[in-house]
Ligand binder design. Structure first.
Ligand code: SAM
Length: 338
């Protein structure tokens, strides 16, 4: 293609290129080329000679010429989307990508992800929904190394994760940070469904003087939680392998914050959560609800549970955390207990 260009002696090529780059006038699609002792830099439109002289300074400017010349188009590096012909949906945890194993294009997507996302070492296909009491899922390895474990970095913390053995989602990072921001120095937090520890450890690391009791029933999750406490050097997070229901009596009225991140069935644990909260304590309650009833039923259940415990509740905030399935949302209701 024929374009306007700046012709510069080779010895001024780099300075000229930098100056034109700063001015934002280098043509993005044409390839710079040499001609004898000169370099030709394609530009967007015909430059004004005075402006060019102003940009270059008199010494360099005197050596530059404005010409028209033929240029080749740069070969654009194909993207993942170019390769596949569509934008794939995938989650990333550490160096593992997770896609839907039932996608007819799963293997092609997995191979393309390995080629275009150099930080990925494994592509897993999720072969079941998140299921069961421990909220785990089955995976098949579609590409890369044969493993389901990795280390995930989030908000300055590192988490050892084994996706086949214990729940972990990389999509909740902002939510964890948001909850951590509500905890004040010195407060006591009970994380009833702690998993490998992403809420607990973030709070332990970032809130001075906070103390966290992190509970999970899944032995595999608690083993990773203990490793993550060491990995992140937090000495104010205590891990416990337990059923959340069984801690209610021992931890009664102890917590300034109770985290109830078991959206599929946290409703069944409302009595426990409320009992563990001290007067004025805050419960961070997660639920899955239909778009026609985002908060109403959840709030009624919270009030019923509070009444059973002889306590009062006041809603502090309610919000949608993310969309969960068609017409269904993962919501959070934060309420104070008195
Ligand atoms: N909060 C963690 C996170 O953000 O990664 C884990 C959330 S995961 C949705 C819920 C966790 O609750 C799972 O790790 C599961 O093992 C645990 N769990 C399920 N039932 C439990 C119970 N009765 N008592 C304690 N933990 C339980």
């Amino acid at each position: 293609m024929k374009l306007w260009a700046i012709r510069a002696p080779k010895k001024l090529a780099e300075d000229t290129r930098r100056m034109l780059l700063q001015a934002g006038i280098i043509h993005p699609e044409a390839r710079v080329r040499q001609e004898n002792e000169y370099i030709l830099i394609p530009v967007n439109g015909k430059p004004d000679p005075d402006e060019l002289a102003g940009l270059a300074g008199s010494e360099t400017g005197d050596n530059l010429t404005i010409i028209e010349a033929e240029f080749e188009t740069k070969q654009k590096k194909p993207s993942l989307e170019d390769k596949l012909g569509f934008t794939p949906t995938f989650d990333v945890v550490g160096d593992i990508a997770i896609i839907d194993a039932d996608d007819p294009e799963a293997v092609r997507i997995a191979i393309a992800l390995m080629e275009f996302r150099k930080s990925l070492k494994v592509v897993l296909g999720a072969a079941s929904p998140v299921e069961g009491e421990f909220r785990t899922r089955q995976f098949v390895v579609l590409a890369g190394e044969h493993r389901t474990h990795t280390v995930h970095k989030e908000y300055g913390c590192r988490y050892k994760v084994d996706l086949a053995g214990a729940y972990f989602s990389g999509r909740l990072g902002n939510e964890r940070q948001r909850v951590a921001d509500t905890v004040k120095p010195g407060e006591c937090v009970v994380d009833l469904f702690a998993g490998v520890g992403p809420f607990s450890i973030l709070i332990g690391r970032t809130v001075p003087g906070a103390s966290v009791i992190a509970i999970d029933k899944n032995p595999a999750a608690v083993e990773l939680l203990r490793e993550n406490i060491l990995l992140n050097k937090v000495d104010n997070v205590r891990a416990r392998e337990d059923d959340a229901r069984d801690v209610a009596v021992e931890l009664e009225h102890r917590a300034d914050h109770v985290i109830m991140n078991l959206p599929q069935s946290a409703r069944e644990f409302l009595d426990t959560g409320i009992r563990v909260a001290r007067d004025g304590g805050m419960v961070h309650f997660y639920d899955i609800t239909h778009e026609d009833d985002l908060y109403r039923t959840s709030w009624e259940l919270i009030q019923d549970a509070a009444a059973r415990q002889g306590r009062e509740v006041e809603c502090v905030e309610k919000r949608v955390v993310r969309s969960y399935a068609p017409y269904q949302y993962n919501v959070c209701i934060e309420f104070r207990v008195t």
